[in-house]
Design a protein around this ligand. Structure first.
Ligand code: FES
Length: 580
């Protein structure tokens, strides 16, 4: 894509605050001088906001203040003026009911923080799952030049000589405890071995997926995604990012120049190749909505269909992010896609050049971690989009995390009306269920939970686990952690709480899953389905006030990214009137 840099020098938006000698200017500039800034810092050089999602309660981003210092060093070196700004940090492991309910609130808060303040360019300092999409959505809605640098993944975990993957082994070990194969004491010992260093989950979970999506979209410098949090090269990356954003401001290289439809298609294919999280579906749809790109679930199925999963990382494979970095990281995957004709090579990146220029000369240093196409984990690794009377607007399934033998399956529905119903019944030995059944969970979608929790990979009943069975077909309107696995149909749309057909599935109904033909079907007649829907009533009351009310009133379906309807689109960077 050809990009024509803006002329430089020119007046930047920060000069609306800092330029000149008026009373208003002195009000904006004079108070900042209490930080010890010399007068010439306000001379029209790019002011770079380092938007930092550090928080003691977002442990995955707990090291970002140190990293911010390296970003600042890069900004100073390139002649910019760095300002670190703490922003809303939606932590995956502390926010309730689910961090996803706050992704849009974070995006709203950050968008306004960017537009309302004297920022010419932004470094998005992110890591934990929701922090990456929320800040990219904000940047897209302001279209202020922005660049992502992530905190990087934790080092490998080890327990009794075996690699332990964040999340992935949490699910495995908890099932092992339920099956009587592991003691509670061993589980505690394993917990202590999982998180060995600063950083995000070390699997190809949602954080690593979204870091990879940012890189594949062209919104981060090449190689950013995989560098471990504690590797000195992560700090080099932060400094280089600081240097780069200054030039991006001078050139006026904006998110809308980079996040084009070809860039999103590159990201979708990359997600298939890395065996990335199903959460990327929702986040990329929402990001595209912010830049006005018409991206649909059909694009996910179309682009991902013929892309093999070649990154041998948990939860789909056996290695962790540390090994991915040593093998060469995402640039190797992008090169492989380009060689196979599966990459829009001309897509622009934050470098100012094309994505192909960035990756064409890299090499693979471990073909057991980044596999050849003919040894792929799954030949068709893209997220599958299913339709049928159970999901008229679509549902998704991740083939690389599923059991091949269950891809075509017909089973009796065992229904849980909500997550509390599931928790109350699942361990009951009298529950009428076996491994041929289809577990159905309702009321866990964007409005229903609210926020759409990662509960779609429901744990199996103990009596099934004791038989050595590790997977069953599960269907819900929930999400699934990017670190999880199983033959799990997710994001069923419309959701149950919005009156989707999932709401009227009954115990004993039969459900047919046919992944090759993209079908998920409730085996009842159209008349019966219509009759059930006609008398359907919501199972839960909605929030009466506060942000939960706003969210439930305005959140859209998972099939379009679960953004708030009034936040879609780009509102630009214009600041409006000064109030002083
Ligand atoms: Fe924060 Fe996984 S929980 S990155």
């Amino acid at each position: 894509m050809s990009f024509k840099p803006a002329p430089w020098p020119r007046k930047l938006r920060s000069q609306h605050w800092f330029g000149g000698t008026s009373r208003d200017t002195i009000y904006h500039r004079g108070w900042l001088k209490n930080q010890g800034h010399p007068h010439d810092l306000f001379d029209g050089r790019p002011v770079i906001g380092i938007l930092n999602t550090w928080s003691d309660l977002t442990p995955c981003n707990g090291h970002l203040r140190e990293l911010a210092e390296k970003v600042k060093a890069g900004v100073w070196e390139a002649g910019g003026f760095p300002v670190e700004v703490p922003v809303f940090s939606a932590s995956e492991n502390t926010f309730r009911p689910t961090a996803m309910m706050y992704r849009n609130l974070a995006a709203l808060a950050v968008e306004e923080a960017m537009r309302a303040q004297p920022i010419d360019g932004a470094v998005l300092l992110v890591g934990c799952d929701k922090t990456t999409p929320s800040l990219i959505m904000a940047a897209a809605s302001t279209d202020i030049p922005s660049i992502v640098v992530t905190g990087g993944p934790m080092l490998n975990g080890y327990f009794r000589g075996e690699r332990v993957g964040s999340g992935t082994h949490l699910w495995k070990f908890s099932e092992a405890v339920k099956a009587g194969e592991m003691t509670q004491e061993e589980f505690l010992e394993a917990e202590a071995s999982m998180s060995r260093s600063s950083g995000t989950c070390n699997t190809m979970g949602t954080a690593s997926t979204m870091a990879s999506m940012a890189e594949a979209l062209g919104m981060a410098l090449s190689g950013n995604a995989a560098i471990p949090a504690v590797d000195s090269r992560r700090r080099v990356m932060a400094q280089m990012t600081g240097r780069r954003i200054v030039q991006m401001v001078k050139d006026d290289l904006k998110p809308s120049d980079i996040m084009t439809k070809p860039a999103f298609e590159n990201a979708i294919r990359t997600n298939a190749a890395i065996g990335g999280s199903t959460n990327a579906v929702i986040h990329l749809l929402a990001m595209a909505g912010r830049v006005g790109i018409d991206l649909t679930l059909e694009d996910w199925d179309r682009c991902g269909r013929d892309v093999p999963t070649i990154v041998n990382l948990m939860p789909s494979g056996k290695y962790l992010m540390e090994e991915f970095f040593y093998a060469g990281g995402l640039p190797v995957v992008l090169k492989r896609l380009g060689e196979a004709g599966l990459l829009h090579k001309e897509a622009l990146t934050v470098s100012g050049g094309t994505i192909w220029d960035e990756v064409k000369d890299v090499r693979n240093d471990n073909p057991d971690v980044i596999l050849p196409f003919d040894k792929a984990l799954t030949q068709s690794g893209g997220i599958v989009v299913l339709k049928g009377n159970l999901a008229p607007k679509g549902a998704v399934l991740k083939p690389s995390a599923a059991t091949p033998a269950l891809m075509v399956h017909r089973g009796r529905a065992v229904v849980f009306e909500d997550i509390d119903d599931y928790k109350a019944k699942i361990n009951d030995e009298a529950l009428d269920i076996d491994e041929t059944c289809v577990m159905v969970l309702k009321n866990c979608g964007p409005k229903g939970y609210p926020g759409m929790a990662e509960v779609g990979n429901m744990g199996l009943p103990p009596k099934v686990l004791r038989k050595g069975i590790t997977d069953m077909v599960r269907i819900s309107d929930a999400r699934m952690s990017g670190t999880a696995y199983g033959t799990v149909v997710l994001h069923t749309s419309p959701e149950a709480a919005a009156g989707g057909p999932l709401a009227v599935v009954r115990n004993g109904d039969f459900i047919r899953l046919d992944v090759p033909n993209r079908v998920v079907q409730l085996e009842i007649s159209d008349e019966e389905l219509a009759a059930r829907l006609a008398v359907w009533q919501p199972a839960h009351e909605r929030a009466a006030s506060g942000y939960a009310w706003l969210h439930q009133q305005h959140v859209e379906g998972a099939d379009t990214g679960a953004d708030l309807d009034f936040l879609k689109g780009c509102r630009g960077r214009d600041v409006g009137k000064d109030s002083h």
